[in-house]
Design a protein around this ligand. Sequence first.
Ligand code: GLN
Length: 531
Amino acid sequence: MAKFIFVTGGVTSSLGKGILAASLAKLLQSRGLRVTIQKFDPYINIDPGTMNPYEHGECYVTEDGAETDLDLGHYERFLGVYTSQANNVTTGKIYQEVINRERRGDYLGKTVQVIPHITDEIKRRMLLLGNSDQYDIILTEVGGTVGDIESLPFVEGIRQLKWLLPKEDYMVIHLTLVPYLASAKELKTKPTQHSVKELQSYGVNPHIIVCRTEMPLGDERKRKIAEFCNVERNCVIEALDAETIYDVPLNLKREKLDEIVLEKFGYKDVPDTDLTEWNDFLQRYKFPKKEITIGLIGKYIELKDAYISIYESFIHAGAKNECKVNVERIHSEDINKNNLKEKLGHLDGIFVAPGFGHRGMDGKIFAIQYARENNVPFFGVCLGMQMAVIEFAKNVLKLEDANSTEMKQHALNPVIDMMQEQKTIVNMGGTMRLGSYACAIKENTMAHAVYGKTNITERHRHRYEFNNKYLQQFTDKGMVASGFNPDSNLVEIIEIPTHKFFIGVQFHPEFKSTILKPHPVFCAFVKACLS
Ligand code: GLN
């Protein structure tokens, strides 16, 4: 039976529950334990797949094609372990399951209620990953802030589990804020006290309190929090603002968080943490020898969370190349044919982001043309690849009105077209080509040099694809397809072999880049930008 840690948050949102969960999981994992993390989100959408990035930030895609919360990306990047459909549960999924059962007649004769029916389903989902004997410890991050109406049933589920799970298999960690009042020159513990009281009023007593703070708490304040909040003195953990998110595991280790957890769970003689590789990464990241600037052309650039896996992938690839990668966020709508030199002239490389819809499309195409004609390294992901295909069709193949049918339904030359199997689908949610698919790479191509092998798998999230009717024309003029899906023959990678570095991929490599295993295409792109 696995052991369970529930992570709740208090006082305010954005305290970094996801990073706390990922960091603690990392510490436990490096002590040899098998760990996974799941996220429970209070919203009613079935998943974030139908939400726009302004609402929700990036939608992260797992191997098995779940469209999930971006925190799952942190979990995978920190742990190097895949998550799945089961790792992200929403209120929507819980209700959908209960309502489906009700319609089937499973509750015949009964009134279906939040307690016990919804909370029973919550508990079932909270324990689900524990049934497989795959994990020693399962961390569950509950989205939202304690006290929110939406997350109450999750908190109630956690309360009830206290009576179902053996004492030594159950733990609650509460993350709070200890704000600094500049005028009083003092850290204030009152919000933490209130937030813990709120949690306790629902019958949940945290075992450990982690306090986000911008100043050291000091022993006296820790003692005060412990006393007021009814936890052991050593269970008040300071989480000082960190220079980077990758420092957080090390900071928490200094506070002995992993030791406290292990002791409470009754583990004995667990070897001490081996974080050598992690430290190596951190050294390379913090003390780079070189520096480059890459332009990220997209339409959600105001919002850092919209492309978070991409930014993270550049950090991984930068550290690998001992190079600081400045990612300059450029709004595609700000690019026109008259300002290319001004907007792009100083860049070492151009990256065109994934996306949906026609807004900002022209700017992306101008940027790609600029990269292609000036031998500036180019890397396009998903929509970024599709735009590179359209640019080539317009400007090299001189195909009039070349477009994607996503942007123009009756384009004369639909070089990007809707996938056959997508044409009959009417529902929007969860119906794209999603998750991991095989890709066969042609030998002696740029892609082959980058991956160093001919068979790979990558994750997808799209409805449109390269239109193979045009493949010969592209090949004849110098844009080649170097990766194909071996079963459907869909084009997965395009490149221009005569260019310094010009690669577009239909999949999302950013979802598979991790701290200890940076993604080969990101690494190769950064390297090309360096030379
Ligand atoms: N909108 C494009 C499609 O659906 C690209 C999607 C993406 O960039 N993720 O095919």
